[in-house]
Design a protein around this ligand. Structure first.
Ligand code: 6PG
Length: 239
């Protein structure tokens, strides 16, 4: 698979590299569409980026025009240590003047993951007002077995053609999750994969060496967004 990669010595440099590109996309989106809609990823790798984005020294972000969504979430309370929302609140949201109405967490307070998926899809459809769910920027990670967002190998959600958000049972902790489906992820205007650490080396080379002809068995390689895709890698993952 052909990958457009940018390789950095470490996670700090990678996060600065991503923030620089994010700034350009944010300014273009606000200039042409009046808002910047970003789908955030969870896990560990983006935490440094979120912290950097919150720092005063970073570029001045017009937070009143920024809308935060999550490409996937664990079905746990928002104050749970495994919550992607919590990680983002601690590293970014609590440190910047973003209007509460611009923060769109997955409604994990609803009684079932299925109800949370329906409600989040309804919120997305309202936000995109009849337009395709084309985020200005979607951040994605890569799991050791090739998952991205919470689309894991063999997940029925990979074949989804209608729904925008799916409740899934993942072979990971915690198992119950909500995830954007390929319907949303393939609509992305810009997609950044953030991949760091030696433990991602094997899966990266497996994805790279896969023939482009056959549909990939790795969800991260199955995602085919409309817009450009950049893989931000640290040296340990890339070598
Ligand atoms: C999640 C993520 C997931 C993540 C990968 C990589 O909720 O777990 O969104 O897709 O991006 O698991 O995670 P790390 O960055 O922690 O390696």
């Amino acid at each position: 698979m052909k990958m457009d990669t940018q390789v950095f010595p470490d996670i700090d440099a990678l996060s600065r590299g991503v923030l620089k590109e994010l700034q350009g996309i944010l300014e273009e989106a606000i200039a042409s569409r009046g808002r910047f809609a970003i789908a955030l990823s969870g896990g560990h790798t983006p935490a440094k980026l979120y912290g950097l984005w919150a720092e005063k020294s970073s570029f001045r972000t017009p937070w009143e025009h920024v809308h935060l969504f999550w490409g996937d979430e664990r079905y746990v309370p928002q104050d749970d240590p495994l919550s992607n929302y919590r990680m983002t609140r601690e590293t970014l949201i609590s440190r910047v003047p973003i209007p509460a109405a611009n923060v769109h967490p997955v409604p994990v307070n609803l009684p079932t993951p299925e109800k949370a998926a329906e409600a989040y899809e309804a919120e997305l459809r309202k936000f995109f007002a009849g337009e395709p769910p084309a985020f200005d920027l979607q951040l994605l990670g890569l799991g050791g077995e090739g998952h991205t967002a919470s689309l894991f190998p063999g997940s029925p959600a990979l074949a989804e053609k209608k729904r925008w958000v799916a409740a899934v049972e993942a072979p990971a902790k915690p198992p119950r999750r909500l995830t954007f489906t390929p319907v949303v992820l393939n609509s992305g205007r810009n997609t950044f994969f953030l991949v760091a650490g030696a433990d991602k080396r094997e899966i990266l080379s497996a994805i790279r060496n896969e023939p482009d002809s056959t549909p990939s068995k790795y969800p991260a390689a199955r995602i085919r967004p409309k817009g450009p895709v950049i893989w931000f890698l640290d040296q340990r993952a890339a070598s």
